[in-house]
Write a protein that binds this ligand. Structure first.
Ligand code: GLU
Length: 555
């Protein structure tokens, strides 16, 4: 047995299965149709789901599902410092709320589905060690016993010499330890990490072909990076290479902060004799503030967290639709041509993604979301608003859920048609939108028809009370309003009034405003006829009387 083999046995006596067995027997290549992409979303279990994470996860999900492939969820928990309790289920629930579902991987309850698991890195220690053992056998990895102090010394020396920091070349002290020295150290119980013996040469260059950014040329890696930490758990770099190989990932979609490490990853694929997947490095989601752009920050921007969108009540599909507008600038054209299609039918393309970072704009989100809600059926609006209110606005929930048919009726007003109203951008807008339909939510101090004198308002209301019947047809209803106009000194015809306003107090529109404000407290509402139909005769009468009372006897 040569020294490398002896060393491999010394370091990994418990590892029996060989790397190639994992490659061929345990995780045979996937059989998928030509062109099918296998992608993964690989969060650390920090519990915090950044909207940028949803953005990246959506790219993964779209690529896989629009190509007939597989999208899986892998939990990268090799850095225990970042781990939070319930961190995994929080992330899964967050993604699920946006309709991002995985074909394989970890589920919210901690169980797993799929044949390429385990999908939690801490459950895969033996697999990484097997691949590491193979590298040691080939002389491509070695144990390093340097202490923190020694590493600090090396760093200081590199700083003073102004050379590339890291464990490389002449600074890689443990590179040349003999088998006997290693054995002695191990016998003495000295802790160690396992490092790559980097084949990189100073001055060497490597090319990364990125699916979003095109070709990027960078310095080759020359650092003997850590493969396994002291506890035998791999670093991100090593775990990524092993996992994405065994799990059959065809496209690694991840944040652009990983671009500088890509030379390490390419080198690891190379030394392991493995084919690297395609990479797509996604730019971060940006925010514009005081004329300059910065990354959307978890600390400073509430909208960085997905909780924000859930709390404000943006429908999941609206957020997804908005994210698609950020992902591909041609989405909006597609939407104009395909007004009612499911947004997931849009042919998403990596090549059309921005390299500079998409700008997250809440006003734009509101307008996209209002359009999405305007296309929903009234029943769906009532049901989703009610569901949101159950968690975030109990009072609203109580009134909506008490009579869902009535609620549906409210949202049915002016819905459909070529130009539907877009008053609701999120479920937290619903309270204000529906308040006058419910006595419990209504605010007494509403808007007034100020252009009409109080005594004329009272006259209009009194006259209208005499004839009001909410069961009238729309034509009769309007005729009656015109009649009231004529009777109280207003012109029943807007055009005629505009041609000659003399002798009138106003026109029929002003009369409608008097009625509208008395009944709803607003100058601008959807169709008043439909509103009155819903409120019913008795409630309309009561409100008009209330308004009269106020006009006649003051507040
Ligand atoms: N766990 C890594 C992160 O949270 C994922 C990077 C990747 O997708 O490979 O940044």
């Amino acid at each position: 047995m040569d020294d490398n083999r002896r060393l491999a046995e010394l370091l990994f006596p418990h590892i029996e299965k060989q790397a190639k067995q994992y490659l061929t027997e345990v995780y045979p290549p996937r059989s998928l149709p030509e062109g099918a992409m296998v992608t993964r979303f690989a969060p650390s279990p920090t519990g915090f789901l950044h909207i940028g994470g949803v953005y990246t996860a959506l790219v993964c999900e779209r690529l896989a599902h629009q190509s007939g492939g597989v999208c899986f969820l892998r939990i990268e928990d090799t850095d225990k410092k970042r781990e939070q309790q319930d961190g995994v289920s929080g992330i899964i629930r967050g993604l699920d709320a946006f309709g991002i579902r995985f074909d394989e991987g970890v589920r919210a309850d901690g169980t797993e589905q799929g044949a390429y698991g385990p999908y939690v890195q801490s459950r895969r220690a033996g697999i990484y060690q097997s691949f590491c053992k193979e590298l040691v056998e080939k002389g491509l990895a070695y144990p390093c016993f340097c202490t923190e102090e020694e590493l600090a010394e090396i760093r200081a020396e590199q700083e003073s010499q102004k050379v590339l920091p890291g464990y490389h070349g002449e600074f890689a002290r443990c590179r040349s330890l003999t088998y006997e020295q290693i054995e002695q150290n191990i016998r003495e119980g000295k802790p160690y990490v396992v490092r790559l013996r980097s084949p990189g040469k100073p001055g060497g260059r490597v090319k990364l072909r990125d699916a979003i950014r095109g070709e990027i040329e960078m310095d080759e890696n020359i650092v003997d990076i850590v493969l396994l930490k002291r506890d035998g758990i791999p670093t991100y770099h090593f775990a990524h290479v092993v996992d994405d190989t065994l799990m059959g990932t065809t496209h690694v979609v991840r944040g652009e902060e990983w671009v500088p490490s890509a030379p390490i990853h390419l080198q690891l694929f190379y030394v392991l004799g493995l084919k690297a997947p395609r990479f797509a490095h996604v730019s971060p989601v940006m925010k514009e503030e005081d004329g300059s752009r910065r990354k959307l920050s978890k600390r400073r921007d509430p909208e960085a967290s997905v909780e924000y969108f859930v709390r404000e009540g943006y429908p999941a599909e609206a957020v997804v639709e908005y994210l698609l507008t950020l992902l591909n600038s041609n989405f909006e054209d597609w939407r104009r041509q395909n007004k009612t299609e499911d947004c997931r039918l849009f042919p998403f393309s990596l090549k059309k993604m921005s390299q500079s970072g998409a700008l997250f704009d809440l006003a734009k989100l509101d307008s996209v979301s209002a359009a999405v809600i305007s296309r929903m059926e009234a029943g769906q609006v009532a049901q989703q608003a009610c569901q949101w209110a159950q968690s975030f606005d109990r009072e609203l929930y109580d009134v909506l859920s008490a009579d869902m048919e009535y609620a549906r009726g409210i949202f049915a007003i002016d819905r459909g048609g070529a130009k539907p109203r877009k008053d609701i951008a999120k479920w937290s807008d619903v309270r204000a939108y529906v308040s006058y339909f419910y006595d419990a939510l209504r605010t007494k101090q509403g808007e007034q028809a100020e252009t009409v004198a109080p005594c004329d308002r009272a006259a209009v209301l009194r006259a209208y009370l005499e004839v009001m019947d909410v069961s009238d047809s729309k034509e009769t209803w309007f005729e009656k309003i015109r009649g009231v106009a004529a009777q109280t000194g207003f012109c029943p015809d807007v055009k005629a009034y505009k041609a000659d306003p003399s002798g009138y107090k106003g026109h029929v529109g002003d009369v409608s405003t008097v009625l509208r404000t008395a009944l709803t407290g607003r100058k601008n509402t959807p169709d008043l006829y439909a509103i009155m139909g819903l409120l019913g005769q008795e409630r309309c009468k009561m409100r008009i009387n209330e308004a009269l009372e106020e006009l006649e006897h003051g507040k």
